[in-house]
Ligand binder design. Sequence first.
Ligand code: DGY
Length: 325
Amino acid sequence: MRKNVLVFRPIPQDLLASIEAQHEAIVADPRQPGQLPAFRAALADAHGLIGSSYRLGAAELAGARHLEVISSISVGIDNYDLAWLREHGIVLCHTPGVLTETTADTVFALIMAASRRLAELAAHVREGRWTRNIGESLFGWDVHGKTLAILGFGRIGQAVARRAALGFGMRVLYVNETTVEVPELAGRAARTTLDDALQQADIVAVTLPLTEGTRGLMGPREFALMRPGAIFVNGARGQIVQEAALLAALDSGHLRAAGLDVFATEPLPQDSPLRRHPLVTALPHIGSATHETRRAMAELATRNLLDALAGRRPAARFDLAAAAA
Ligand code: DGY
């Protein structure tokens, strides 16, 4: 049976064609000017949704009476109301695995950029200020050999740990609900408490999912626990951090620098002090944004969608029951 699919973020043409071969597809991106009415109209008839980066809570989905599946082109599922989906028997799929290494590359790039002041020094060259050999005021800080604390030790956290321990000789501490045995990291990564990790690390990197338990996790107390001169990196979700507390820790000189790919509000508001802060390397949420990985995510999400609509078990179905437990 042909069903109705709402594509709420553009996907490659061949993948759209593979959906259209089996179903009726409407493309309407609610974030684009003028497309919200078409998105809402299509939502009312949709059996399947595929897209990302748009909040689909209970209020938005209330009129979607035929909905069977949401296939998110993201690993993070914080844009959805999990309890509502569970209650209404809707299948939620996402894209774990295919973006792990790319997102870990981004986190490590932020560790390097914040420590070695790469964005600031590249601007120094570009803006014509490199007129004599640089002095101490423009020196950075080593990454190799330092202690890295990783908050969250899922696939991405482990991939960051491999880069740090095996590539940069770093001591790795991680904070996670359970101890994770990663054979390549045997003896090189130790699980500890949040407070201990913050107190010991030269660099703290967040790779946690956003949940009610992690929202606002990094606040004034946590930043105060970090070592003076430490560096903070967030490649997960902006709402895990209380941004005012981070700014205060940077402005007081307690923290040396921050590297941020994610923000509480995205795109980052024009008047946010994080946009132009001299100690912040800010990126526009590029964690998984390479040609190869975004293609792989769209492919997996399309497969998930088509399998779910056909009544087959999707490869990457999010376990809503386990999330409730
Ligand atoms: C993800 O996959 O969750 C990325 O952060 C994009 O939203």
